[in-house]
Design a protein around this ligand. Structure first.
Ligand code: C2E
Ligand code: CA
Ligand code: CA
Length: 796
């Protein structure tokens, strides 16, 4: 039992360290890979540390060379960091060539060391430049390649202009250093090649450093762990190279001093950088990188430095190498500026395009549709026809809600690509809204458009496979033609919209615009306008339909049914304006007026001695309104009627929208003492479990079942089942739509508690209701009151 106890913290620590080191790359997660890396990293670290300690403690002979430390440990130890680079290269396909190049760079450095060692042992003095320098110099292009590939792969495309900054910096620093520091040596030694080679090391280190640092720019200079370590490696190199060059030129360089550990440390850091994964940060980084920063400080500062050096070197007649470096740097600054200008223009072009493309489907968006459509209509020759087609998917919301947004998106993509593929030779398809598409098509005549509409319809109704399920979407397609239906795009589009709307209402899939459709739409727009401005106190009319207690034969209550006395259209019925009020958010004000009027009427009737209840319909949008219960409480208080006399009728769709919210609202209403009834029960799609979760007082069986009682056995079964269900949950049952004495008798037999329908009474005005109540007709009775003539404006 001892081992696991002690091992656990260790295992955890290793696990944590691993998690820290490991990025998101799945291939890097393999434990064997990680352990192998660990092993080689430890070996490299031991070699470096040991060698550094040896420089401080182990005595070197006069020639500075200790065959154990400088030979075996330093030179052979220098090969170890190659292994982590190759391991990384093998396990990360994305970074394969990058780390391979860096590994190869280290290899060339090591080969240079071996050659140098050979000379050190055999030639005195060692020539400078020596063949080993060829290897040392060869490592730089490889390092540069590795860095470019790394930054490219890991950071997204870092701009070429930012990379050029590396070269600009290298050249101008080279020119400056040459002017201040190396020019005297150059002149004294008279060996330009030697000075040049010596100078090239720190210069190339600097170029690599700037290359790395400039790749941080898109990330606001927050380096990632690997790139930070890599940077440290080259910083170690540049420090070593500068001091070395100084010492060589001064003739003071001896082997075996602490200076010699800078290169092994640099190599070790490069190998170490291959270990941790590049953690890919949030997308924002990519976005940042796509925005050029303009001319940054780097080329401005170093361009200035180069000009200064150029002027001074011309004045002081220094070596042409220095002025050439300064000149080259200036040329690069100019190139860099030109590139940035190009990049800015390019980004602007891409932004322009992105603002006109719908991201989800890749189709032109609403904005592009208008721009391109207007241009097309303007260009259209006399006699040419352009068809505008609007396609609105039916039932998309249901698919989105039931299968999830990912499936909804997938469906939109499929529809988009089908439309695009089928009609791209005739015109353009755009996505102009959530599930709304528009096509602009060049057509020969209006009949041609009809044929295209039919083709669209069949394309859209073919099943779509989303999430492993085959679904079928319906669509409503509205079409209009330029110039027949309008001179401008807006006009033609409006006509196509009207036709689409008409198609949806009449359940015909495709419809070409007809002028008579417009009258209807215009009326609707007028109604919407008037809904906003109407004075409900004046124009609201309530009709009351009595309900009959089937056990006692008493009139138990009334249901308030709203009408609107419209100055132009006469008395409007709920179907003509409730959906419009719901769609425009004006329903709350309307419900509030209905409740207020209904409760005041109830108070008056009760004070006259009629013991009645009042049922009021509330819209599904009211049920989502948090303020409804408080508002109902207020109105009950103002009217001074007991809450138990008010029944609020809700529908299943209201519950379906947001079940939890609806349940909360119902609880609060019932807490006031009011009753809640489920209207139109049986026609919705609510599951039993969902209904059971609600606290209801009443189920109001939809009239379609009651009307079908005589002809359809299933209607009888449904009513019987509802009664049984309601009994078990202590709810009462109302049957509406009772038109004949037979039906009344049938629902009575089935155990329904309350009846409502034309047989008992049609909806009555307040005055008619008083007369009706005063007559106290024997039940069942046929109501004699007038039925209201209904100026029907077809439902929307
Ligand atoms: P509902 O709540 O199902 O109301 C019953 C509807 O059936 C009424 O139509 C009524 O006139 C009709 N009806 C009554 N008895 C019979 C019958 O024996 N046979 C037949 N065939 N029909 C009968 P109305 O007044 O046109 O109301 C239609 C719908 O409008 C109502 O259906 C209700 O959902 C909605 N509504 C009415 N008033 C309001 C209101 O104040 N607010 C809200 N949000 N909706 C209301
Ligand atoms: Ca109702
Ligand atoms: Ca109903």
């Amino acid at each position: 039992m001892r081992a696991p106890r002690r091992a656990r913290p260790l295992v955890q620590a290793v696990g944590q360290a691993r998690a820290l080191w490991r990025g998101d790359e799945p291939e890097a997660a393999a434990p064997t890979w990680w352990l192998r890396q660990l092993w080689w990293q430890v070996a490299a670290a031991i070699a470096v540390v040991a060698y550094t300690i040896s420089l401080l403690t182990v005595h070197r002979p006069a020639d500075g060379y200790n065959s154990l430390w400088d030979g075996w440990v330093c030179t052979l130890g220098g090969f170890i960091p190659i292994v982590p680079c190759l391991l990384r290269s093998a396990t990360s396909p994305r970074l394969r060539s990058a780390w391979f190049a860096i590994g190869a760079g280290i290899l060339f450095y090591d080969l240079g060391n071996v050659v140098y060692l050979f000379h050190d042992q055999n030639l005195h003095p060692i020539p400078f430049p020596a063949p080993s320098d060829a290897f040392y110099i060869a490592e730089y292009p490889l390092f540069a390649l590795g860095i470019v590939l790394l930054t490219q792969r890991n950071f997204g495309a870092v701009r070429v202009s930012a990379r050029l900054d590396g070269a600009v910096t290298g050249l101008s620093v080279g020119a400056l250093a040459g002017f201040l520091w190396f020019d005297p040596i150059l002149k004294v030694s008279g060996r330009p090649l030697q000075a040049l080679v010596g100078l090239s090391y720190p210069l190339m280190d600097l170029v690599l450093i700037v290359l790395i640092v400039s790749s941080f720019a898109p990330r606001r200079y927050r380096p990632s762990l690997p790139m930070g370590i890599l940077l440290a490696g080259f910083v170690a190199f540049v420090c070593g190279d500068i001091v070395y060059l100084n010492q060589v030129n001064a003739g003071t360089y001896v082997q075996g001093t602490i200076l010699d550990c800078t290169w092994p440390i640099g190599l070790w850091l490069m190998g170490l950088a291959a270990w941790p994964n590049e953690r890919r940060r949030a997308r924002e980084d990519d976005e940042i990188s796509s925005v050029p920063q303009g001319i940054t400080i780097v080329p401005i500062v170093f361009g200035g430095v180069s000009i200064l050096v150029l002027v001074l070197s011309l004045l002081h007649h220094t070596s042409p190498v220095i002025s050439s470096l300064a000149l080259a740097s200036l040329v690069l600054v100019l190139v860099r500026m030109a590139m940035t200008l190009h990049e800015v223009l390019e980004v602007e072009r891409r932004n322009f395009e992105a603002a006109r493309i719908d991201e989800l489907t890749g189709l032109p968006n609403r904005r592009a549709f208008f721009e391109q459509g207007e241009a097309l209509l303007e260009e259209a020759d006399d006699g040419a026809h352009v068809g505008i087609v609007i396609i609105d998917l039916d039932g998309f919301k249901e698919i989105n809600d039931s299968l999830g947004h990912a499936s909804g998106d997938e469906l939109l993509r499929v529809v988009a690509s089908r439309l695009h593929e089928a009609f791209r030779h005739r015109g353009t398809t755009s996505r102009i809204g959530g599930d709304e598409f528009a096509c602009t098509l060049e057509i020969a005549n209006a009949d041609d458009l009809d044929a295209l509409g039919e083709a669209m319809s069949s394309i859209l109704t073919a099943p779509v496979s989303v999430d492993g399920m085959s679904v079928r979407v319906g669509a409503s397609i509205g079409m209009a033609v330029h110039p027949d239906h309008g001179a401008t795009l807006t006009e033609v589009l409006r006509c196509a919209d009207v036709a689409m709307y008409k198609a949806k209402m009449s359940h015909t899939v495709v419809r070409r615009y007809r002028p008579e459709d417009d009258v209807h739409t215009r009326d609707q727009l007028r109604i919407i306008d008037d809904l906003r401005t109407t004075d409900w106190e004046r124009d609201l009319v309530l009709h009351f339909q009595p309900t009959l207690d089937l056990r006692t034969g008493r009139i138990a209550g009334v249901e308030a049914l709203v009408r609107w006395r419209h100055e132009r259209f006469g008395l409007l019925y709920p179907d003509d304006f409730i959906p419009l009020a719901e769609r425009t958010g004006l329903i709350h004000a309307l419900t509030s007026s209905v409740l207020d009027r209904a409760l005041r009427t109830l108070a008056a009737l009760r004070s006259e001695g009629h013991d009645l209840t009042m049922s009021v319909n509330v819209s599904r949008f009211d049920l989502l309104d948090d303020l409804l219960p408080a508002h109902v409480a207020d109105l009950l208080g103002q009217a001074a009627v007991p809450a138990r006399c008010l029944t609020l009728e809700i529908t299943e769709t209201a519950v379906g929208e947001d079940p939890e919210h609806a349940a909360k609202c119902i609880r609060e209403l019932r807490a006031l003492g009011a009753l809640v009834s489920m209207d139109d029960f049986g026609v919705g799609y609510s599951s039993m479990s969902r209904l059971l979760a609600l606290d209801l007082d009443e189920l109001k069986i939809d009239k379609s079942f009651v009307l079908a009682l005589r002809s359809d056995e299933r209607a009888r079964a449904m009513i019987a089942a509802t009664v049984e269900f309601a009994r078990a949950l202590h709810m009462s049952v109302v049957a509406e739509g009772i038109e004949t004495p037979d039906t009344l008798a049938a629902v009575q037999r089935l155990g329904v508690d309350v009846g409502q329908g034309y047989l008992i009474s049609v909806p009555l005005t307040e005055a008619q209701l008083r007369a009706f109540l005063a007559a106290r007709p024997a039940m069942p009775c046929l109501a004699t009151a007038q039925t209201d003539g209904r100026p029907k404006i077809t439902a929307s």
